[in-house]
Structure formats: structure tokens, C-alpha cells
Design a protein around this ligand. Structure first.
Ligand code: SF4
Length: 288
């Protein structure tokens, strides 16, 4: 049966546009990295590594120097992506990053936090042969034992109309945490560094059960698409950010033939294997 796993991002792809999901998950077509995505990844690594320093030393200046180091490391491994970020001078390179990190420090004081886990890989079987997976940016445990799941966004908070869609990813994580650890997170928190807004939600058991049903329904919808080999394009204003617009039939393009079905319905597709390998390599023991 296909798919054998879902992450919040692949779920969002299918909900946005089944053809987008096909291109990414079945065809495994490469995407052009965007400046915002590369910068966002670097900022995430800064906020992860910031907590390696002892409390009291987690300063804005340290965050800037962590960004510089992360960019230098990227230049070694993926020079084309680093090239997107480099400005004519160091100050120009840092100019779009400074407001994000300044906003972060205005939103919370990392010296007053000791995260329970950072960049945590989670996977849990929801149904026979079907897992949900994802990476949680940060998990906090309060002195009273409550769990808060935190995700950083380098963009701006969505309008009220799209807030629920944004929170789906957090409910997804909340469900995974509950299924793995048997405790319902007290708080799901999105932090938008683009405009300094929090989006917070206190999930109930019913919320997480509804989320589970929604994910299983999504899986059934994708299975149906796969059985029919039907992944129709669904144009929206988000198409402006889609790397596959030139080959999208909604915009006059011609998609490549869909790969041989046996390659992607067996559960052993390259993307599944590579995701599993990535998860296996970074899965960390949960701190007690
Ligand atoms: S351009 Fe729009 S409709 Fe076409 S694949 Fe991308 S998201 Fe879907």
C-alpha cells in the first residue's frame, strides 16, 4: 500500500496540490533551493546550536557568529546554496539575518530555557505499515512536567484564515509525541521570526484524535490517487513558489511520465529509503 509514511510537509504538499506531491514524492524531482529556504535552514541551525552554550552565554552576538560558521560550513558542502546567501560584503550578507535573530531574542530569552530536546526526529506507526514522521525544532518541559512543542518559522505569521492550516503541522507533532510518550503536550507553539508573533494552541485528546483521523483520511486519499495514477494539478496563488511550474499542465507544461508503479508502491522507493536513513542517523534518545 502507498504511502507507507507521511510527514507534515508531504501532507501539506498533497493538500495543496496532488501533482506537487507526485513530483516531490514519486518522481523525486529536485527543487531549486530558494534564498528564503536556505536562510531559514541556517537560522534553524543557529537556534539549535545556541543551546550548546551555557545559560548566560546565549547572546545575540553568539547567534550571529553561529550563523557565520553555519554559512561557511554550507559553502564547503553546498557552495551553490551558500552563494545564494552571500552578499557583496559580510554586512550585506548579515543584513537580512539580523532582524530575524533580533526578533528571536525579543520573543524569548534563551538563557532562561533548558530545552528537553532539540531537532528531534520522531516516527511512530499509526496503522499497520504506515508511519508518521517529522522533526521537531524544540521540546521544552516545564518544572511542573508539562511539555511544550516549539517550531521556528523565519517568515511572518499567517492571517487568521490560514492559522489553522499552519497549526496542522503542530497537531501532527503533538499526535506523534502523544503516541510515542503517552502524554498530551500542554502547548503547541509556532514562533514567527519574520514579525515576532506567536501562534499557540493547547491541544486536547479529542484534537489529536481528530488529527489522527485526518491523517489516515489523507493516506486513503493518496492511496486512491496512486491506485488511479491520478495526481491532478490544483492551481492556487502558491503556484508562484512552485519549482515545477514549467512542467505543470495547468501552466502549459508537460510532466514526465509517472515512474513505474512498482518502484513507489513497494514502500522501498529511494525517497522512503533516504528519509529513513536520515531519520536513523539523527534519531536521538529522548532525555529523561
Ligand atoms: S504549479 Fe501549482 S498546480 Fe502546478 S504542480 Fe505546482 S502547485 Fe501544483
Amino acid at each position: 500500500m502507498f504511502p507507507t509514511s507521511l510527514s507534515p510537509s508531504r501532507s501539506a504538499d498533497y493538500q495543496q496540490c496532488p501533482l506537487l506531491y507526485r513530483f516531490k514524492t514519486i518522481d523525486q524531482l529536485p527543487e531549486d533551493p530558494s534564498i528564503a529556504a536556505v536562510r531559514g535552514t541556517l537560522v534553524h541551525s543557529v537556534l539549535e546550536n545556541l543551546f550548546d552554550a551555557p545559560a548566560g552565554k546565549r547572546t545575540y552576538q553568539l547567534a550571529i557568529s553561529l550563523f557565520t560558521s553555519a554559512l561557511e560550513a554550507l559553502a564547503e558542502t553546498k557552495p551553490a546554496e551558500a552563494e545564494l546567501i552571500y552578499g557583496e560584503t559580510v554586512e550585506k550578507t548579515l543584513a537580512p539575518v539580523r532582524p530575524l535573530l533580533e526578533t528571536y531574542f525579543a520573543m524569548e530569552d534563551p538563557n532562561r530555557l533548558e530545552p528537553h530536546a532539540r531537532e528531534l526526529a520522531m516516527s511512530v506507526e499509526l496503522d499497520e505499515g504506515f508511519e508518521i514522521r517529522g522533526f521537531i525544532d524544540r521540546v521544552d518541559r516545564t518544572p511542573s512536567g508539562d511539555i511544550r512543542i516549539v517550531d521556528y518559522k523565519s517568515g511572518k505569521a499567517p492571517s487568521a484564515l490560514y492559522a489553522d492550516k499552519a497549526m496542522f503541522q503542530m497537531r501532527f507533532y503533538g499526535l506523534a509525541w502523544w503516541r510515542i510518550n503517552g502524554e498530551i503536550p500542554r502547548m503547541l507553539q509556532l514562533m514567527y521570526l519574520g514579525n515576532g508573533q506567536f501562534l499557540r494552541y493547547e491541544p486536547t485528546q479529542n484534537d489529536l484524535e481528530v488529527t489522527e483521523k485526518k491523517i489516515l483520511a489523507l493516506r486513503a486519499a493518496i492511496t486512491h490517487s496512486a491506485d488511479q495514477q491520478s495526481f491532478p494539478p490544483t492551481p492556487s496563488k502558491l503556484c508562484g513558489w512552485c519549482s515545477f511550474k514549467p512542467i505543470c499542465p495547468a501552466f502549459g507544461g508537460t510532466p514526465p511520465p509517472i515512474p513505474e508503479q512498482s518502484l513507489w508502491t513497494s514502500g522501498s522507493s529511494l525517497v522512503e529509503e533516504s528519509l529513513k536513513a536520515a531519520l536513523d542517523s539523527v534519531t536521538k534518545e529522548l532525555p529523561q
